[in-house]
Design a protein around this ligand. Sequence first.
Ligand code: GTP
Ligand code: MG
Length: 329
Amino acid sequence: MNKCQGCGAQLQIENKEEIGYTTKLESHLCERCFRIQHYGDYKTVMKENKDYISILKSVNQTGSLVLLVVDLFFLNENFTIFKETLKDSKVLLVLTKRDLLPDSIYENKLLQYMDRFGIPFIDKIIISKKNYHYDELMDLIQKYQTSKKVYVVGYTNAGKSTMINHMIYHYSNLNQEITTSMLPSTTLNQIEIPLTDDLVLIDTPGILEEGTILDYIDEKTIKKILPKKAVNPITYQVKKENSFHLDDFLIVSVEEPTNLTFFFSNSLQLERKFEKAKIEKKFQGHTLSMKQNEDIVIAGLGFIKVSKPCKIKIQTLPNVKVYKRDSLI
Ligand SMILES: Nc1nc2c(ncn2[C@@H]2O[C@H](COP(=O)(O)OP(=O)(O)OP(=O)(O)O)[C@@H](O)[C@H]2O)c(=O)[nH]1
Ligand SMILES: [Mg+2]
């Protein structure tokens, strides 16, 4: 039976509500992929991580080179799944979406930052879909591949399929496009791309992230909070009690002098108020004691760099993960 070239699902004509549905079994794309690719019209697919983890385990058994694709802006620091399932693999770290971070950042510092996650990466590279470092990435793949097959894994939305489409366009004669979208769970099964005589790339469905704000907001709002171009960091020197309101998603309260730099999509409105924030019933509160040069991460939304030690209160949607880390930038 044919698979959909866009998402990898097995094509079927029986059930409109199930993945892989098409009216003609000889189509290249399922109806969902056709609609995403032609109309930007997305249909949510509910999946569970257990299927995806078993794909990762089977990848580990092949002994092939694995590209672990990681979103630099929405860096999910939980690498445990990949550390455990890919323990016998050679893993090349590919950090994507460089274009969303300011030009002025130190890339070497970012690359070094990734060492803390305890995966012995065979190498690391930073790319972006703006054709940044793709030739270098192709050289690294050639240098480290152990067989024709090279697997591409990572969290959902990291940019795996976008990267492969770029490679299809620039390094092959194929006329195929994998479906990509700004919403989670776009790729649904493995997709083999015979890029050159010596290289077959295998796209895989992304692992779902827990605690991301994307799980609690609608599609229109998701489009608003995901940055489309480089985020302009906004810095404030706080001298006394202040609060900051980011659209309808986040309230930050500070009671002591500090410096804050906000990294969020430019489409979101940030308002400073010179007073204490009220407690919003619809939000969940978090209190964090910050050291010098730490970030507060609001999963799926963005992060705040804190340059001087202070106590900070965060209010955001319930069940969204809020945590601190050493400053990324
Ligand atoms: N700005 C920017 N956006 C990117 C880049 N790479 C991918 N994206 C965007 O990130 C979103 C997710 O990309 P996909 O390629 O569908 O992600 P994926 O990892 O294949 O996701 P799953 O199939 O769900 O696992 C899309 O909106 C892409 O346009 C990049 O380098 N820069
Ligand atoms: Mg994909």
